[in-house]
Design a protein around this ligand. Structure first.
Ligand code: ZN
Length: 200
């Protein structure tokens, strides 16, 4: 890509001697009226000319040059879009991974551990990069090959409260105090049983 100005829609033409892009020198020279006189210069060839002369070439295919300029610009754009596409794909994948992690109910990893020969290392690392850094010198100052696993706390096991027996007022229906006690007792059991969720 060039940041050269365009002169009548054509970017600065290449050096006629070596074919390199010239250097645009907008203000080092002045014309007879003291106004800045833009030059094009090729340092390796030690040549230069005012831009309006630099751009005049007998037999030069201006449209081909303009096409080449456009092609170079589009190729640069394609490269940029391809890297943006890669970035978007990586971002998308990271989001998918995160969703899968959340949907699995594991929540956030509590840390990262190294895993080798069926065993975890004894250290818990806060981040995956810090675990990688550790592995670089984990073998007596030399790199160690090990997997790095995200570690999660185990989800709490559901615990059902075991309830005492319900009471019955059978045979003591005449005892209003006892009937009230039984009703209250059983109502408490029902409310507690509801906290346990549906019976399995
Ligand atoms: Zn040159």
């Amino acid at each position: 890509m060039t940041n050269n100005p365009t002169i009548d829609g054509v970017s600065l033409l290449p050096c006629p001697f070596c074919g390199r892009a010239p250097r645009y020198v907008p203000a080092d020279y002045v014309d007879n009226h003291g106004q800045p006189w833009p030059f094009a210069e090729c340092n390796p060839c030690n040549v230069g000319a005012p831009v309006e002369f630099w751009q005049k070439r007998t037999g030069f295919d201006y449209s081909a040059h303009a096409q080449e300029t456009t092609i170079a610009r589009l190729e640069g754009r394609i490269t940029q879009l391809e890297s943006e596409k890669e970035f978007a794909a990586a971002t998308y994948q990271a989001a998918r991974d995160r969703i899968a992690e959340l949907e699995s109910g594991r929540g956030e990893p509590v840390g990262y551990g190294t895993f080798k020969n069926g065993r975890y290392g004894s250290w818990l690392f806060r981040t995956e990069p810090s675990a990688k850094v550790h592995l670089k010198t984990a073998n007596n100052g030399y790199p160690m090959k090990a997997e790095i696993h995200a570690l999660y706390t185990a989800p709490p096991a559901p615990v059902a409260v075991v309830l005492p027996e319900r009471k019955s007022d059978s045979g003591r229906e005449w005892d209003s105090h006892y009937v009230a006690e039984v009703e209250g007792w059983n109502a408490c059991l029902d409310a507690t049983a509801a906290l346990n969720g549906p019976a399995k």
